[in-house]
Design a protein around this ligand. Sequence first.
Ligand code: GLN
Length: 696
Amino acid sequence: MKNLPENFGSLVFNDAVMRDRLPKETYNALKRTMEQGKHLDPSIAHIVANAMKDWAVEKGVTHFTHWFQPMTGTTAEKHDSFISPVAGGGVIMEFSGKELIKGEPDASSFPSGGLRATFEARGYTAWDPTSYAFIKDDTLCIPTAFCSYSGEALDKKTPLLRSMEALNRQALRILRLFGDKETVHVDTTVGPEQEYFLVDKKLYEERKDLLFCGRTLFGAKPPKGQELDDHYFGTIKTRVQAFMKDLDEELWKLGVYAKTEHNEVAPAQHELAPIFTTTNIAADHNQLTMEMMKKVAERHGLTCLLHEKPFAGVNGSGKHNNWSISTNTGVNLLDPGDSPRENAQFLLFLTAVVKAVDEYQDLLRASVATAGNDHRLGANEAPPAIVSMFVGDELMEVLESIMRETAYESKDKVEMKVGVHTLPRFIKDTTDRNRTSPFAFTGNKFEFRMPGSSQSISGINIVLNTIAAETLCQFADVLEESKDFTSDLHNLVKDTLTSHRRILFNGNNYSPEWVLEAEKRGLLNLKTTADALPYFVHEKNVELFVKHKVFTAGEMHARYEIMLEGYCKTLNIEALTMLEMVKKDILPAVSNYCRDLTATALQKRQLLPECSCEVEEALVKRLSKLSACLYQKNDKLEKALLDCKAYTDLQELANYYRDVVLLSMQETRTVADELETIVGSSYWPYPTYCDLLFHV
Ligand SMILES: NC(=O)CC[C@H](N)C(=O)O
């Protein structure tokens, strides 16, 4: 792209465009709404809408859409053209303030967890002025929140905005205690690292499992996997490089700060990391990034797989959520700073997060619970299902010295007093990394490594923002009553860290010893989605979200139901795909191979009766045995699926899928994968792992 700075955000109705095209008062009013969350005066909406339309039409746009994020995890849009008939049979292009502010898509066909009955179709989309409008596929897209007629959130954006507001309220209370009078707004920021696989589109289309499920349900291990670590940061192949270049350009035009791209550990796996930005914008941008990855891949004859575990035996894909808290004046509140005051404030925020992660480990686990992520967590470089927090050895030593009130083992052996002493400089520059940790402090932010690659980041950040808001709120309640701030602050940090020390773990999260140790510490180990989701609606968690006005109890129960249903439906589709692949493709392929082997042996005998047919005989015998076994396993899976009908309770059904259906699928796969290693290549009905992973 020529002249990148000039073309960056060329498809976004951003600040520069608004300043240029809006009357001064309108611009200022809109800015106040964006920066301070102030209510938008409807009278200015019309002026904004008109300016947006003129700008878009100049760029060849004919349609607009409210762009929203229903509970499907993807985005939704309904296109309307700008045309409005005029006398004489012509049209003019129009876009009203009303159309900008509010849309009325049919809400009944989106998951609502019982919040909407099918006949109650009405739902509303409402403009989110904090995220810029943009042009995609010649359509003006207005980022919007989506709610039901009675106001319940039916999307991921509404509660995300509410959670950001909750955190803002509580963080400001803390800042005031430290004498900060300037900050008017506190936001969380996120930089989500997006992992993905690229496979050849033609090969992809030959596999029903990839088409229907986004992951391979079968596939024997290829002779080479990722054991040589030669793909990680390796030279990028020409075709992939061309894809990345195109992708960057598309994203830059949309104002997405695409920054780092590299090969990941598994063959055919890659990563894109953007520069961090305000959380709701980061969430919108991540959705756009995933959409663009898929679209741009198509142009290059590739398919982008965003599933958490498309291939067994190699790394899965995560979305590491780099989360921080910062003020409107640009101060990162998770940066230790240099003075005792900054350090004290940092330690208080850090402690709030430690307490939040410990007390709400169940919610964090539930926020990343999907059928796809179950395959990833705890395997091949992904963190395990046990939530713990890494702070690095140096910071841990400081925290220990605060907890024990003993001297910190530095040159001058100081006893660390919060608010009095200065943190050692290297805390700020820490470069420690712990790839096995689910939640790692990385110098000035937290990297939550559990989220799956296909997930919207909204859900996890709703949880992060709200749990941090809660612990900050508790701290503010105590400190606002304090008569001796420094001493009370020190004690608060010390006592809180001591009570929540169990969540801090710097070691290897993969070791079997950690599982036992974590159990001793009383940490949860929720291995599957079916285990984790019920925690979402535990009393303390419902209380939390209701208290901070992020969810109503009804909205939470609806979401629990949607997530459970999603889990069951995903497994059902996977099991049905498996049945079909075995019956229609794998068994017939084995049969064809056997038939040819038999014919060869018979013909050989006819030609030369004394000639050995040992190979054909041995193969036919082995294949017949294995295919009979596959037939039985498939039958068992089919019966297991039929038995699902007996369950009317959704949680029980999810448990059944976890305990019976998944197990049965695994048994089927084992036999089929063994067959794949024996059947001749030209007979096998699908491209193999070898083809998929090494042929881009
Ligand atoms: N290099 C890495 O950070 C690997 C991460 C791994 N792919 C995951 O699933 O989280």
